[in-house]
Design a protein around this ligand. Structure first.
Ligand code: G3I
Length: 411
């Protein structure tokens, strides 16, 4: 946490923000908040220096952690330089859409009775060939469902369709996956249920037990994979995020108390560069509570939107880097945190270009590598967070995280 909100005009100028205020591109309040992020405790500019040139996966591995990223078949298969950089920096690959029921016009399950693993197989082979761990996203979600879903699925057939899906998809990669996002984004407090669950077709057709069912079927289809519950909106010191943390904790407690084979919580961590309500202590407390349930923690979709940040690249990069470093310093303090995955590696390929574009039309700069695949300050921030992370105990690298004791996994 930063100490003070005070910023003199001279300091604002020095930080490169003053000119933006003068030009009317930035309110004075915003300049204060942003300037806090890029100063250290002594009021000096944070430099994000890193000691040496090792890759992110090497720095993470040195601490017993994983670093990986999401990517798409389209990008990895069409850009050899990008694929090289991906393999250089990452120890784990998350196919961004290839293991989903569908994405746009791409269908993993084109009809209720057929599956098309062409893209998923390509990604699995890429991971195998390059010695990358592989993570599947996502077996149960209310989004990215195929066009036939709405007219086909009902109370009578929902369980059979869901079980068949998990058995077929997870079962096709048994032993190949490091981890599976089994259930994604099942909490939505504004749906106003007492259990906090989101109103989805799965909930409507199967009731709240669909979550437990999904984990049990996934565990039996792939006993070696780390199975996690994945959600967003858990990061900040806001009433909404606080309430969501509580609801997620309740859900995980419920699942664990019933012996459900859930092994970890995935924190999506889609952060905002202009958000100042970050409280490391509250986040740590939450992670500690999650870990107390015997669960591991994985940052699964980390990125920092620069949508509302100043256009100036130098300022923007420093604010984005600060958000990465502050967040990861808190998370990696928790011994149960086993890894960090960013939602993309390079600014050239990020969902944020489409989903959170900048009003000024400038290309987004949210990820560790820039659009030319060069390391930028966000990369330094990740490197510094790994370098400073406590070493994980060697025993965390094997077996014993599981309460169901069915099998092993590796971190
Ligand atoms: O298949 C079509 C392609 O034919 C077409 O040319 C193209 C035009 O835009 O769209 C393609 O489909 C897109 C697909 O990604 C593959 O690129 C879909 O429209 C688009 O909706 C889909 O978006 C993905 C989204 O999940 C929905 O599956 C994003 O790439 C992916 O980053 C995003 O990831 C989610 C996580 O799974 C869960 N957490 C939030 C995160 C961000 O939304």
């Amino acid at each position: 946490m930063h100490k003070t909100c005070f910023i003199t005009r001279r300091r604002a100028l020095w930080l490169g923000l003053g000119a933006l205020v003068t030009a009317g591109d930035l309110t004075r309040d915003m300049a204060k908040c942003l300037s806090q992020k890029i100063q250290d405790m002594d009021g000096q500019e944070r430099d994000f220096k890193v000691a040496r040139g090792a890759s992110l996966k090497e720095r993470a591995a040195a601490k017993g952690l994983i670093y990986g990223a999401a990517s798409r078949y389209d990008d990895l298969s069409s850009n050899a330089e990008f694929a090289d950089r991906f393999v250089e920096e990452c120890g784990l690959l998350v196919p961004e859409w290839e293991f989903k029921w569908s994405a746009g016009n791409k269908l993993l399950r084109p009809t209720p009775d057929s599956f098309n693993f062409t893209a998923a197989d390509w990604m699995a082979k890429f991971a195998r060939n390059h010695n990358l761990l592989l993570q599947g996203q996502t077996l149960v979600w209310h989004e990215s469902l195929p066009p036939w879903f709405e007219d086909t699925v009902n109370r009578k057939n929902a369980e059979q369709l869901l079980v068949k899906h998990i058995e077929t998809v997870a079962g096709s990669y048994t032993g190949q996956m490091h981890s599976w996002a089994v259930v994604n984004e099942a909490i939505k407090l504004s749906d106003r249920r007492s259990d906090g669950l989101r109103k989805t077709p799965w909930l409507e057709f199967l009731g709240p037990d669909y979550i437990e069912l999904a984990f049990r079927v996934a565990a039996s289809a792939d006993p070696q994979a780390l199975l996690f519950y994945n959600d967003f909106g858990l990061d900040y010191d806001t009433p909404a995020d606080e309430a969501k943390r509580t609801a997620v904790l309740r859900l995980l407690e419920r699942l664990k108390s019933r012996g459900t084979p859930v092994h970890a919580l995935g924190l999506q961590a889609h952060l905002s560069g202009d958000e100042s309500r970050f409280n490391a202590r509250k986040l740590r407390n939450f992670l500690h509570d999650v870990a107390s349930l015997g669960l591991k923690i994985l940052v699964t979709e980390l990125d920092v939107t620069d949508k509302n940040l100043p256009e100036n690249t130098g300022v923007r990069d420093r604010i984005v880097a600060a958000a990465y470093e502050d967040y990861l310093s808190a998370v990696l303090d928790e011994p149960a945190a086993i890894g960090v995955l960013t939602w993309g590696l390079s600014d050239r390929y990020t969902w944020l270009s489409e989903f959170a574009p900048r009003a000024d039309g400038a290309p987004v700069r949210s990820l560790p590598l820039d659009a030319e695949l060069k390391r930028k300050l966000a990369w330094n921030a990740l490197a510094r967070a790994f370098d400073r992370a406590p070493v994980r105990d060697a025993h965390l690298k094997v077996k014993e995280h599981k309460s169901d004791n069915k099998s092993d996994f590796f971190v």
